[in-house]
Design a binder for this molecule. Structure first.
Ligand code: NAI
Length: 411
């Protein structure tokens, strides 16, 4: 046996921060047996202490996987890290990559949750429900239909037609909205959704504008006073993407002037770090605004999906070496194990490594059944399926190849 934990029964999994039970079930269903769980996050010292007995580490957003953790001798056996959440800022990605440790996350698990909440907000805002709700809480009965509209037939403008934008398009069409989108990348429109050539046109034409872009230098502040002035008078505005994309002071002005009839904001330029912390925004005390504490993606279903989505990626990496959808590794999509052994070689992206690897196979008369190589700026990931017996001698020769970071053999 070349690698004691090449067998999944012996792979040691540690899942922290109360990761959903669906992850444990997925690992068990795939035949993994050694699964430890912890409800809480671990600090740096605790992680370093535990790592020598861990092959697969699952965290959520609170456990910090720092440079010190990843570069410590304790992390020598660590095969892979799974972030059972969307963000991966808590992991030192650069060091993980340089150490040959792929990182996976679950970016799509809460797509539906966000889209559903946004659809609900569109309907509530078009009907003026937030204001009526606030008035009744102040004991003011204000019945009537002015400024109360159906969603059917209204134009929805989606900025950023990615996973969430696409999903929202389906839901909005189902209630009879006419859906348009603006995206910087050409996208295949689904259903009857139509692309518009530029942002200005979308802002001018639509009754509801909703943001679904990532935070990038180009999206920061992309909606401000000028864009609110371009929107149709009485437009409804929604942001459940990232707080930095909207100038909140300009939005408050547009709401106060009546240019914008209502807004739903789930994300803010500055968000409190802990539950119970104070929150302050120029949008507070405006009746026509729905404020939510960054919860568009937070549902029980999303937690279940995230457990399944991330564990599946970890399982595929451990079993087959697949790095499909990894945050930091070159992507090699693999299913099944056709050869006798699969050799996974992670190396620095420098010239000459492949010829050194193949030289080892050739010298030892090892027949190659299939080979895949992908690289990114930092590393190369070479996967070689071999037919013949693969010795410990071959493994140590591969480990000695120039630029080698890690070698793993799956049988
Ligand atoms: P995605 O990556 O699938 O889609 C983003 C889309 O925006 C892409 O089609 C991209 O081409 C487009 N885009 C990028 N820059 C643009 C620009 N300058 N103008 C127009 N389009 C641009 O991302 P996904 O999964 O749809 O998420 C969208 C956003 O929602 C992300 O920022 C994410 O962080 C946020 N989000 C918020 C949640 C919440 O709880 N409020 C939960 C989940 C995601």
């Amino acid at each position: 046996m070349l690698d004691a934990r090449a067998r999944k029964e012996e792979t040691r999994i540690l899942l922290l921060e109360g990761i959903h039970e669906s992850a444990v079930e997925s690992f068990k269903a795939a035949g993994f047996k050694s699964i430890e769980t912890e409800k809480r996050a671990l600090d740096e010292e605790e992680i370093i202490k535990r790592l020598p007995d861990v092959d697969v580490l699952g965290i959520r957003s609170r456990t910090q996987i720092t440079q010190r953790v990843l570069a410590s001798p304790a992390a020598k056996e660590l095969l892979v890290v799974g972030a059972f959440c969307i963000g991966t800022n808590q992991i030192d990605i650069k060091t993980a990559t340089a150490s040959g440790i792929p990182v996976f996350n679950g970016p799509y698990s809460n797509t539906r949750s966000v889209a559903e909440m946004v659809l609900g907000e569109i309907i509530m805002l078009l009907r003026g429900v937030p204001e009526k709700n606030a008035q009744l809480h102040r004991a003011v009965w204000q019945k009537g239909s002015p400024n109360s509209f159906e969603a059917r037939g209204k134009k929805l403008g989606i900025i950023g037609y990615g996973n969430i934008g696409t999903q929202l398009g389906y839901l909005a069409e189902a209630v009879g909205m006419r859906v348009y989108f603006y995206d910087v990348v050409p996208k295949l429109p689904h259903g009857n959704v139509l692309p518009v050539p530029n942002l200005k046109k979308l802002l001018q034409d639509c009754d509801v504008i909703t943001m679904h872009v990532p935070e990038t230098p180009f999206t920061r502040g992309m909606i401000g006073a000028e864009q609110f002035a371009t929107m149709k008078p009485g437009c409804v505005f929604i942001n459940a993407s990232r707080g930095s994309v909207v100038d909140i002071a300009a939005l408050a002005d547009a709401l106060k002037s009546g240019r914008i009839s209502g807004a739903a904001i789930d994300v803010f330029p500055e968000e409190p770090s802990c539950d119970g912390d104070a929150f302050c925004s120029p949008l507070q005390h405006l009746d026509n605004v729905i404020l939510t504490p960054h919860i568009a993606g937070s549902t029980q279903e999303a937690q279940v999906h995230i457990g399944e989505e991330v564990s599946e990626k970890l399982i595929n990496y451990v079993q087959f070496g697949s790095t499909n959808m990894s945050v930091n590794f070159p992507q090699v999509s693999l299913h099944g194990l056709p050869g006798r052994h699969r050799v996974l070689h992670v190396h620095k992206n420098i010239p000459g490594v492949m010829s050194a690897i193949n030289g080892v196979f050739s010298d030892l008369h090892v027949n190659i059944a299939g080979q895949y190589l992908q690289t990114n700026q930092a590393i190369g990931y070479a996967v070689t399926d071999v037919e013949s017996e693969f010795s410990a001698d071959a493994l140590s020769k591969l480990q000695a190849a120039p630029g080698t970071i890690r070698v793993r053999v799956i049988s």
